[in-house]
Every structure is written in C-alpha cells, then in structure tokens.
Write a protein that binds this ligand. Structure first.
Ligand SMILES: [Zn+2]
Length: 468
C-alpha cells in the first residue's frame, strides 16, 4: 500500500475474538474463530486452509446491492472439523451448504459459524454460501476503503480489512488461495479484477458477466474489483500479459501521466526482476487507475489499483507504479504470516523506489540512507519499533515503517556488501516464493548469506530508537 501522507492519521477498530485452540487429531473439533494473529485476533480462522474461492456475484450500482454465491474449497489442517467459522462482515446469509448439505449457522460479530455437530468434514470440503446486501465500507480515521461505491460503479480495495466485507472468507494473508470471480454488472460498465480475463459476456437483459481467474494463490485482501467506465487495454511483453484499466473520467494531465507510467511497466518489471534476482512471479500484470480520490494505492495481486491522487505529476506516477509492482514480489508472492511484520512488505517496496530513482539518474540509495540517518535521535521518526509497529492503521502504515524499512535494507547492503545483499534478495524471493514469511526467517537468511551475526543490527534497526 502507498498512502498519501496527509491521510496517514487514523485508528482502526479491533474485532474481538478468541485465540487459536489446539487440535486433537483423532476427534472432530470446532475450528477456532481466529487464525492466531496477535494484531487481529478475529481475522482468519483455525482448522482449515482454503484452496480456492469461486465467487459469483452481481452488483447493482444504482442500489449498491451485492448478491453473491461463494463456493469455498478447503482442506482441513489438523483434526476433522465438526464446526468452523468463516469471516463475514454484515450482509444477509440466505443459505449455507457444507459438501452439499444445508447447515444452520450463527452470526457472532464478524464470524459466520457453521453450528457444530451437523456435519464432520475431513480432508477436502466445500462450503457454499448464498448471500446478499449492501457492503459496509471500512472507515479508519479520515480514509474509506473496502467496498467503496463510486459515481459510476464500485471499487473493492483495502488493507488489512476488505475481503470479509464482500464475501465469506478465511480472511488472513497466511491463507492464500486461487480465485475465480464472475461478476454481473450493467452492460455498459467494465468490471476489472485480478489475473486473467476469462470471459467478457454478451449483454443479456441489460447486463453482462465478466469472469476473471487467478490460478496463483492470493491473499484475500489482494482480491480486487473495479466496476465503472474504464478503458481496458491489453498487450503482451516478454511472456507477461499487461491489462490496464484507466478510468475514462480522468482529466487530460492525470490520464497522460497514468498512461505514461503504465507504459513503462515492462521496464519496471525488468528492473525489479534484476533487483530481486528473481523473475516476475505471475503471468499477468497491469494496473487499475481510478477516478476516485482514495488517498492510497494498493498492490492488489497482478493488477495494482491506483487512486487518481498519484497522477498529478509524472514522477509521482512512476514511483507509485514501481512501489506497487515491487509488492508483487514482496507482499503478494511472498506474503505476511502475521501483520506485525508489515515492514517486510513496505520496506522492500520503498527500497525499490529508492533503487529505481538511482537507476534513473536521481538521488542514490546511499544519499537516501544518509538523509534518514541525519535525522536527530530525538525525532519522532525513531520512536516506533517498526518490527512491531502496532495494529492501528497509522501504526501499521506509518512513515517510519516505510522509510526506516527501506533504510534498514540500505544499511544492510552497506554492511554486508552488494554481492551478499544481491544473493540475499535473490534467495529470499526464490526460496520463499509463494509462501507466508516472517521477519525471523528473513534475518536468519541474511545472517546465513552474510556469514555473520546480524542480531544486533536488526534489533537496532527494527526496534525503537535511532540505531547507534
Ligand atoms: Zn506499499
């Protein structure tokens, strides 16, 4: 994510929930209503691992009403389950079927609990949920995210909370899954999502169904949808299909800057593949440029979504594209095992901006690092422990998480040398491709590659206070 600084202030309401429970293999158990993330105890669920979501939804921009059928295919992770939860915020549930059998459920806050004792699932199972309603946007401080109605349609974009506001889900990045999204909208509107465009249906009764598919597993918050008046284009470069959607309502200057930045995506992907020492992780790429002032951009998988705010100047446009495409490696393909390690996402994406700027003949990474280390030890910038920033939106996405995260990597490169640093990035993004990762795993790999103890270095840089 990249937020505009003015919109950083805000707080996030936490959802109460229970911690995970131990599974007993022999006896069917009830899955926990949380996956076990200290920052967001109610997010995700215990007992199963989702393999794919097949979402079939309709959206009516005139009423903002969403009607959906979600088919969730999952594997148990321990004992057979005699009950389990999905995350779902608001919306009315009409029916739930587990392996085809209709079951009763209980809504408890943001949990949709399949009441224990009706079915026992073992191995792979399916849950089909029919539901409808007007999704509640997520409001944190001055910002709005989640399912956001626009003048001509809707945007679905947010971090960390968005997925459960529009479909029943195991809503935590630890559990990534393949996704197919069929979305039916008025025939004159375009519906854009992640991955491959499978079908752009023929108009029927004034509506059209768009089908998008992502075979590579994706964290739920990275699933996006943009419905509205978009100019959708497609091209293939070096085996990657770039599909861009630019809102037709953008003014000339912003539209020009957006198109110029999107045109450079193959160059950016080449540059980042060199920097990370590993190829672009997906076969699809592109961007969704909205005509909405969301105040942020988000690395929605294979197709980041950009607020109009970033396209006022050509340089801002280019940097936000670099940032969100860097996240395709660190954030999307390698994803967070727990939200407290958010610097692993934002530090790398910000470092990529620094490296791109240097490569383009601008300020060097060394200069950017020096500007950071020149800041007084009294500066508020140093007071947050970026390795454990806190769950509020203005903590998770603070300036320090981004800039000190990047500075940590720049200082590491100066400390261990360019060759070891390059090997580290390559091994990190290659060996851990497609996995949920932690800070400890990164620091251990760094020490192994550098052949030296780096515990003091990382304690200094990721903790509170200016590194000595
Ligand atoms: Zn970011």
């Amino acid at each position: 994510m990249l937020r505009l600084p003015a919109l950083l202030a805000g707080t996030l309401l936490l959802v109460a929930g229970c911690a995970g429970q131990a599974a007993v293999r022999e006896f069917p158990v009830v899955g926990a209503p949380g996956i076990g993330d200290d920052y967001f105890p109610g997010d995700g669920n215990g007992g199963y691992d989702v393999q794919r979501y097949d979402l079939d939804i309709g959206y009516d921009p005139a009423t903002d009403e969403l009607t959906g059928t979600a088919l969730v295919t999952a594997d148990i992770t321990g004992a057979p389950l005699r009950g389990f939860s999905l995350d779902l915020v608001g919306l009315d549930v009409a029916s739930v079927r587990v392996d085809g059998t209709e079951v009763t459920t209980t809504r408890d806050g943001d949990e949709l609990l399949v009441d224990p004792g009706q079915v026992v699932v073992d191995g792979r199972f399916t849950v089909q949920v029919e539901y409808s309603g007007v999704p509640e946007p997520v409001r944190d401080g001055p910002g709005v995210s989640g399912v956001v109605p626009t003048d001509d349609g809707v945007l679905v974009v947010g971090q960390p909370d968005v997925a459960a506001t529009w479909f029943p889900v195991n809503d935590h990045p630890r559990d990534a899954a393949a996704v197919q999204l069929s979305v039916t909208v008025p025939e004159d509107l375009v519906a854009v999502s992640n991955g491959t465009l499978v079908a752009e249906g023929e108009p029927v009764d004034g509506e059209r169904t768009w089908v998008w598919r992502s075979d590579e597993p994706m964290a739920p918050y990275l699933i996006t949808l943009a419905v509205g008046d978009y100019d959708l284009t497609e091209r293939e470069v070096d085996g990657i299909t770039y599909r861009d959607a630019v809102a037709t309502g953008l003014t000339d200057r912003r539209a020009d800057n957006a198109r110029a930045a999107l045109d450079r995506q193959p160059e950016v992907v080449d540059f980042l593949a060199g920097m990370f020492g590993s190829p672009y992780p997906f076969t699809e790429c592109g961007g969704i440029v909205t005509d909405s002032s969301l105040g942020f951009a988000l690395e929605t998988q294979t197709r980041p979504i950009y607020a109009r705010d970033f396209f006022g100047t050509a340089s801002a446009a280019e940097l936000v594209v670099v940032h969100e495409l860097a996240h395709q490696w660190t954030g999307d393909d390698l994803r967070l095992d727990r939200w407290s390690d958010i610097w692993l996402n934002e530090g790398f994406a910000t470092y990529a901006e620094w490296a791109w700027t240097e490569a383009e003949g601008g300020e060097t990474v060394a200069d950017q690092l020096a500007a950071v280390t020149d800041l007084s030890a009294d500066d508020e910038f140093w007071q947050q422990a970026i390795g454990d920033p806190g769950p509020a939106t203005d903590e998770l996405f603070s300036t320090a998480v981004y800039v000190r995260g990047a500075a940590t990597l720049a200082a590491l490169r100066e400390g261990i040398g360019d060759d070891a640093f390059d090997e580290l990035l390559s091994r990190w993004t290659t060996d851990r491709a497609g996995q949920a990762v932690t800070t400890a795993e990164f620091t251990e790999l760094a020490a192994e590659v550098a052949g030296t103890d780096l515990s003091g270095f990382f304690a200094d840089w990721l903790g509170a206070g200016k590194p000595t």
